[in-house]
Design a protein around this ligand. Sequence first.
Ligand code: FPP
Length: 246
Amino acid sequence: MERKANIDLDRLPKHIAIIMDGNGRWAKQQNQPRVFGHKNGVRAVREVSEAAAELGVNYLTLYAFSTENWNRPALEVSALMGLLVETIRKEVSTLMENNIRLNAIGDLSKLPKRTYAALREGMKITSDNDRMTLTLALNYSSRWEITRAAQLIATEVQQGKLTPEDITDQSFSRYLATSDMPDPELLIRTSGELRISNYLLWQIAYSELYFTDKFWPDFRKPDLYDAILDYQNRERRFGKISEQLA
Ligand code: FPP
């Protein structure tokens, strides 16, 4: 409770992005199959979504499946895709009760039909909710997203709708999958790995990075509070010097 009370609600990050890592190792520690870790990761997703919405965070973006994750054993991939369907269907009522909008970024057309359908349905039902947007990055990678943006821009230039001079930092952002969100101020990665793994590379240019050794299935509300408190203790200079900020 104390940790939550110490959070300055006037300086909350509007957008928090999370790389949920360590499900497999968490399961292995208990001599369980990797899928057991993913199943227990769902509880952490629920807790963190609830905690973020309660505090007043506007956007929470979770890395649920990368374009590289297709290379995992087929059984794990299909279990993950099934778990997504099950979780979305089960949690839609909680999303409604909490006024949370479900959103997704990534190359969704390549998802199994069932997963895609459940996702579309969940997004449709929750589309009018406006307390927080919960985005699942699914079949997502930054290089895919940035390459796609370059293709879209090149096509518009070719069609004469855009000139090369029109392409700026701000206008480029509008061609990314996150065009309707602010950049995340805080990026969290669990499980002790110190990598970004092709996640929101453009958007995290000025994000504060927070790494914790906890495996994702063990991540709970107080862990999110710790990350936010750590963020609030940082000095965000955006290239300036300390004295200029005062
Ligand atoms: C990383 O752990 C986790 C994933 C690739 C999948 C995340 C999925 C969930 C938490 C479950 C379903 C999610 C939602 C949004 C309903 P890892 O398998 O890479 O762990 P390891 O590094 O220990 O092997």
